[in-house]
Ligand binder design. Sequence first.
Ligand SMILES: *Cc1c(COP(=O)(O)O)cnc(C)c1O
Length: 387
Amino acid sequence: MGAFAGIARIRRDLDGLAREGLLRARRTLDSPQGPSVLESGATLANFASNDYLGLANDPRVIEAARDALGRYGFGAGASPLVVGHTRSHAEAERAFAAFTGLPRALLFASGYAANLGILAALADRESAVFADRLDHACLVDGALLSRAGFHRYPHGDLAVLERQLAASTARTRLIATDAVFSMDGDVAPLPELLALAERFDAWLVVDDAHGIGVLGRGRGSLAHFGIASERIVYMATLGKALGGYGAFVAGAPEVIEWLMQRARPYVFSTALPPAAAAAATAALAIVAAEPERVERLLGHVATFREGLAKAGIAGSSPTAIQPVIVGDASRAVALSAGLRERGHLVPAIRPPTVPAGTSRLRVSLSSEHSPAQVACLVRDLAETLAA
Ligand SMILES: *Cc1c(COP(=O)(O)O)cnc(C)c1O
């Protein structure tokens, strides 16, 4: 036992988390992602992953990565502006711009890094950032990092946002929103947000981590709504439906050039491994060529929602993310454990990921689940919740 008070304080705080049912533990998988995974010797139906289209283990994605490994080796070796930018990265950026119909794209090391970079490069002390209360943590962190005035509006409450914008005298205004909210699966009213951005001369930063590959026949939330504007800065991650790692930011050529010059996580961080860029290009080609994957996923979403409604369970969303809100953190953990005993991997999501009192089971659906897997989950969810 050391005498350092810092360690003792952390031990007390960890004990506190444990008492409140907030201590997290990792599962260690012994298989790739897929509709089923192997954990601690058990094969479980996987309703926990963001691999919505089954691309994380697609042979063509793997082959593209393998080919890039042969050509470029593994590590990028430097930040993109020094010598870490390869043909593989350039091709991925071009492919993403073409896929979304946006003028230019830039490949970041992760969605988290991209949002930090966007917010801190576009906003400063003279700016104001307006963010939905349920926005992802990295949009919040980006706003804080930018040192801009920071205003949060209640989830989806455009009337409050409008008042906040009208009251702002900031030189630069920036609205930041998840397109699909990561813990609820609901879709932001992007056309209305764009109209407000136009009226109040603001940027609109759209985080489409859970919309890319799912909405707009896979092409994302902007395609879903049919909107475009040079004031939209569009961010889509590779770690969810696209089955890989990294993120794209796309938008007006000037914005992308500015981010390349000034987004600190872009400038001061090692470029993504070229194989990850090649995997992204391959994943985009698959989404474009196989719209039936998205259709299968949306079919499962419909089946799941009908099943929940029949069982009288509240919740459900139009996307791959299906929240079943239970409130108490310990109850969410117990329900998740009950479902695991029945062979389903369904995570309990607790604070700080969601607001206190809204702990939930979060079901993530994939195009690669079988109809039987989805039906079985609905039945077991209903029984577990009723028990
Ligand atoms: C996962 C996620 C991110 C972070 O993306 P990574 O590439 O995993 O860093 C950002 N925003 C939202 C809404 C997310 O769900």
